[in-house]
Design a protein around this ligand. Structure first.
Ligand code: HEM
Length: 521
């Protein structure tokens, strides 16, 4: 998957679902399936919105506006990084002929184990290129001097392989999607640095043969802890997250053997976790040079190699290095000296039914659609999300609410008036009466979940909270290193044995230094 979004979905038990329609049976899991999806709830056959309705709704949703949240904007792109970790097909970076059926099955299954960072590990011939010659440290790249900021080693993703300019530009990381915009690329870089620092901090007594494996396990478990205790409660009602993690799952792969390889529910991939699209801002106070909103989303695409062309050069110009203090609030970790004035800080857009307008016309490179002309609805992210739902015959919001309540998760279903009116979200006035009636009766899951969040002060609840928390719980449970399967494990790299947040991860990765967290200011 070089870009976002599968063009076809192999759903366990149903076969390959694609634009061309019906499920095509694929003989065995090991034969060819690109990635193992499943269905959490019922099928939404006959309940999908027609194309004119999806077009109009897509347009309305990407009309801009909407509230700004209290969630620091870095969490938007942490979410994108998490999504890529979950949906990464590791077999893309493994040597085809030597992959065993078990490895194939595992590689094409979702887990929260950072394979998007580690690939198939330093011993795998195809993944060795992500590592330094010592076979333990992950490679970092160097920026190019720009705007009076000198070149800096360790502030860009590693690049430079191949002979053409485009090949040299490409990031040498397992998942090229993590170079689709600069914010996710710098998040990936922070994770590389985190691994390298953890490795360097292991006691000298750990034998060389065990150092990589020990570092990887520590990194993965700290990352999972952060996702569970910091990321999830920011986007989901806390009681829903606690219920899933403390009392177990009720709707997804209930009773699965914990070590069995998980699947990815289409309800999460096509609707639930696309919540992040509503958090994206049109512009950022990126750093001291691209300040005052001049770090536009468009420029964040340009200064990446998968969404743009790094501005024409072969590496990131130094003037674009992130200022993490503007994306995360280090006062949470008692580091007031790493806080920027409030006017410089970036909060994510609120979780609601409104998306910023640049998402109405995505850069074609970001989804592999170069042949699709500007202005075509297929470049509209909301239209794409709604259309994917039709392709996989996704259950509607109402179907999922009924299904979950029957499984013992009790919460109120949204009323038609709530779906229609929301709270500060998109207004449906320009839909025809028939279109509106269809939407209120059979609400596309993604829209329903965003309406739920909008009515809940910007946090997922009900259907949305359950889909997201249960899928992430299962993905952590099924990972090779797993805090769910090792409940006595506690973080050791944060301020105490119960706390490890994204700010703690960044402080560790960048040695707590302003000169590394924000070299441009
Ligand atoms: C500027 C940032 C982003 C852009 C341009 C972007 C764009 C896209 C595109 C084009 C697709 C494929 C649509 C399709 O054809 O089905 C997609 C899929 C998806 N996006 Fe995003 N996205 C961004 C950020 C995020 C964030 C922040 C999250 C979550 C927190 C997220 C979650 C997902 C998920 C779950 C999918 C489906 C699975 C996958 O292909 O990864 N995205 N996105």
């Amino acid at each position: 998957m070089a870009q976002h979004g599968s063009e076809s979905y192999f759903v366990v038990g149903e076969g390959l679902l694609s634009d061309s329609g019906a499920g095509r049976a694929v003989a065995t899991a090991a034969a060819a399936p690109p990635f193992r999806f499943s269905r959490m709830g019922p099928k939404g056959t006959g309940r999908q919105l027609g194309e004119p309705n999806r077009r109009k709704l897509g347009q309305l949703m990407t009309g801009g506006g909407g509230e700004t949240s209290k969630i620091p904007a870095g969490f938007t792109y942490l979410g994108q990084f998490i999504d890529h970790d979950l949906t990464f097909d590791k077999t893309n970076v493994m040597l085809g002929t030597t992959v065993s059926p078990t490895a194939l099955l595992q590689g094409r299954s979702p887990s929260l184990d950072l394979d998007s960072l580690y690939g198939a590990g330093p011993q795998d011939p195809q993944s060795a290129k992500f590592y330094e010659a010592d076979g333990m440290h992950l490679k970092v790249g160097e920026t190019i001097a720009a705007d009076g900021v000198p070149k800096k080693a360790g502030f860009d993703l590693p690049r430079g392989a191949g002979s053409s300019a485009a090949a040299k530009r490409r990031a040498i990381v397992p998942d090229p999607r993590n170079d689709e915009n600069l914010a996710v690329a710098q998040t990936h870089l922070a994770m590389i640095r985190f691994h390298n620092r953890v490795l360097d901090s292991l006691p000298g007594s750990v034998p060389p043969a065990q150092r990589f494996a020990q570092a990887r396990e520590l990194v993965t478990k700290h990352y999972q802890w952060m996702v569970r205790t910091d990321y999830l409660p920011r986007i989901c009602r806390k009681s829903a997250v606690d219920s899933v993690f403390n009392s177990g799952r009720k709707v997804f792969e209930v009773g699965a053997v914990p070590t069995a390889v998980p699947t990815m529910p289409v309800e999460f991939s096509v609707a639930g976790f696309r919540l992040g699209h509503s958090m994206i801002r049109a512009s950022y106070n990126w750093n001291a040079i691209f300040d005052g909103g001049s770090g536009s989303l468009e420029l964040l695409f340009t200064f990446s190699a998968a969404g743009g062309n790094l501005g024409g050069g072969e590496r990131l110009p130094s003037n674009w290095i992130a200022d993490f203090r503007r994306l995360y609030d280090f006062r949470e970790a008692g580091r007031a000296n790493l806080a920027v004035p409030a006017s410089k800080f970036n909060f994510a857009k609120g979780l609601d039914t409104r998306l910023v307008d640049p998402l109405a016309n995505l850069p074609a490179k970001s989804f592999g659609g170069s042949a699709i002309p500007s202005g075509d609805p297929r470049r509209n992210l909301a239209f794409r999300n709604l259309t994917r739902a039709k392709m996989v015959r996704l259950a509607t919001g109402q179907q999922m609410a009924t299904f979950m309540n029957a499984k013992g998760v009790s919460f109120p279903k949204l009323t038609k008036a709530q779906v229609r009116d929301g709270k500060g979200g998109v207004e449906l006035g320009t839909l025809t009466q028939a279109q509106r009636a269809a939407l209120l009766k059979d609400t596309p899951l993604w829209f329903y979940i965003l309406r739920e969040a909008e009515l809940n002060g910007g946090k997922l609840r009900g259907v949305g909270a359950r889909i997201v928390a249960e899928t992430l719980h299962r993905a952590i449970e099924g990972s090779q290193a797993s805090i769910v399967r090792d409940p006595a494990w506690r973080p050791t790299l944060g301020p105490n044995s119960t706390t490890f947040r994204m700010v703690d991860l960044l402080l560790f990765a960048f040695e707590g230094k302003k000169s590394l967290l924000a070299p441009v200011g």
